[in-house]
Design a binder for this molecule. Structure first.
Ligand code: UDP
Length: 246
């Protein structure tokens, strides 16, 4: 039997699931052939969704939205909802490991050419031959995309990880998930770069103190423009109760 589904709460009108063992539920669904779209929500995405109704709709129709970002978790806690952070990268890695252990296959899409081969060597080197039903880099043209879609349909993997960056990966999954209706599809952002060893992950103390965003900014200063959404998120969070009362 499947574990109970997580229950939804709202972060600035964007739904997020809380009080669930997300990983166990996603794994149970993948093994049972119950298809899901998983969104790993952070405050940048919340702010994007407030301006982009198509993204808001893509998040709303996802089956599981996990609190990936520190801002999302702090928001929920400030509203009295006790919730632990669920880093999407950990959820996706555990999910892949568990389905492969159960003899099922995964399919990966995203990252620059060559990255996925290094992901296999660096992080999943212990897997049996054939555990990966397909692995395609994320810089495809129309013909490349058609090939990916054909392979997805032909192989019917249990898990599909899509690392094209948000929100593109959320739209891509929503558009194509019908090809593998029994698969768990997860938008994983830059996780392939981390698993390949190309990009470092924030040290534990920074993760535990909600400072992973600062580490990413330090490693990738070009992100500063996107990160201007973070102070806007904080402002909206502080302002929200006043606006409701007004
Ligand atoms: N990417 C891709 N195809 C593209 C653009 C980006 O596969 O056309 C990949 C890129 O190589 C990186 C990931 O998408 O691995 C985006 O990483 P980022 O950390 O920016 O993710 P986000 O924070 O946007 O979710």
């Amino acid at each position: 039997m499947l574990d109970p589904a997580p229950t939804p709460a709202l972060v600035l009108s964007v739904p997020v699931d809380v009080h669930g063992d997300y990983g166990a539920w996603a794994t149970a669904c993948a093994l049972a052939g119950r298809g899901l779209q998983v969104v790993t929500l952070n405050s940048e995405m919340v702010m994007q969704a407030r301006r982009n109704s198509a993204l808001a709709a893509a998040i709303a129709q996802a089956d599981l939205v996990v609190p990936d970002g520190a801002g999302v978790v702090l928001y929920l806690r400030s509203r009295g909802i006790r919730v632990a952070r669920c880093p999407g990268i950990d959820l996706a890695e555990n999910l892949c490991r568990r389905v492969v252990q159960a003899g099922k296959r995964v399919f990966w899409i995203g990252g620059r050419p060559g990255v996925l081969a290094r992901v296999r060597q660096q992080t999943f080197g212990d897997w049996p031959e054939g555990a990966i039903a397909g692995a395609y880099h994320g810089y495809f043209d129309a013909a490349g995309e058609a090939e990916i879609l054909t392979q997805l349909q032909a192989t019917q993997p249990a898990v599909v990880l899509v690392g094209l960056g948000a929100p593109r990966q959320e739209f891509w999954i929503a558009q194509h998930r019908h090809l593998c209706p029994g698969a768990v599809w997860v938008g994983v952002g830059g996780s392939f770069d981390v698993w390949s060893g190309e990009k470092p992950r924030a040290p534990q103390w920074m993760q535990q103190n909600h400072l992973e965003w600062l580490f990413r900014l330090y490693c990738e200063p070009r992100r500063w423009q996107r990160m201007l959404l973070l102070p806007q998120f904080v402002w909206q969070v502080v302002w929200e109760p006043w606006r409701r009362e007004g």
